[in-house]
Design a protein around this ligand. Structure first.
Ligand code: ADP
Length: 203
């Protein structure tokens, strides 16, 4: 009987290096369950979220091919907090359910580590209970801002606004079982640290 899979949640603010660390884990044999990707899948044409979205918002929030028009929806929820809550009520349970299904499938397929990338993990006690460990990729805000500005067209003010809307660094660290410090660290050192941590997890 193989050892049960380790359920590891990964979290970190924008630009912290969370995706980079997740990729390194996948290279070492983990499987990634990515809530953002699942949310795209659920809002693609024929996805399970499309019918309840039409029911609440009407068909005007869809593109011609029947997917969620993400940019139209972003504008709508930005201007209307109630619309945001309605959308979250639709999406969160569906994403949670699909993430659990995918995790179970991966365990059945024999993966030793399932890595859950769930953006709202720090805000969700339900998710905290469903994983064995929470890994936080930590980074100081100046480095986050610099990295995001380097990889996108966003202004400093725009990045600062995104960071301000996310869980605080303290809150995230508070729910961590293990932390990877990615502030003054080269990509090579980061890869080394991930390898070390993964080996502690049996990968
Ligand atoms: P997140 O998923 O947390 O938003 P990413 O993993 O996409 O962040 O990293 C943001 C950017 O910073 C990417 O371009 C990535 O290659 C780069 N990056 C991440 N960690 C480091 C590091 N230690 N040194 C240099 N660049 C890094």
């Amino acid at each position: 009987m193989p050892a049960p899979a380790l359920r590891l949640a990964i979290t970190g603010g924008i630009g912290s290096g969370k995706s980079t660390v997740a990729r390194l884990f996948v290279n070492l044999g983990a499987i990634l369950v990515d809530a953002d990707a699942l949310s795209h899948e659920l809002t693609a044409p024929g996805g399970a979220a499309i019918a309840p979205i039409i029911e609440q918002f009407g068909a005007s929030v869809l593109t011609q091919d029947g997917a969620l028009d993400r940019s139209a929806m972003r504008t709508r929820v930005f201007a209307d907090p109630q619309a945001r809550r309605t959308l979250e009520h639709i999406m969160h349970p569906l994403v949670g359910q699909l993430a659990s299904e995918r995790g179970r499938d991966a365990e059945r397929a024999g993966f030793g580590c399932v890595l859950y990338d769930i953006p709202l993990l720090a805000e969700s006690s339900g998710w905290r209970r469903r994983v064995d460990r929470v890994l936080v990729v930590d980074c100081d805000p100046d480095t986050q801002i610099e990295r995001v500005m380097n990889r996108s067209q966003l202004s400093r003010t725009a990045v600062e606004a995104i960071i301000a809307a996310q869980a605080t660094r303290e809150r995230r660290l508070h729910c961590a079982d293990c932390v990877i410090d990615n502030t003054h660290v080269s990509l090579e050192t980061l890869a080394f640290e991930v390898k070390h941590l993964a080996s502690c997890f049996g990968l």
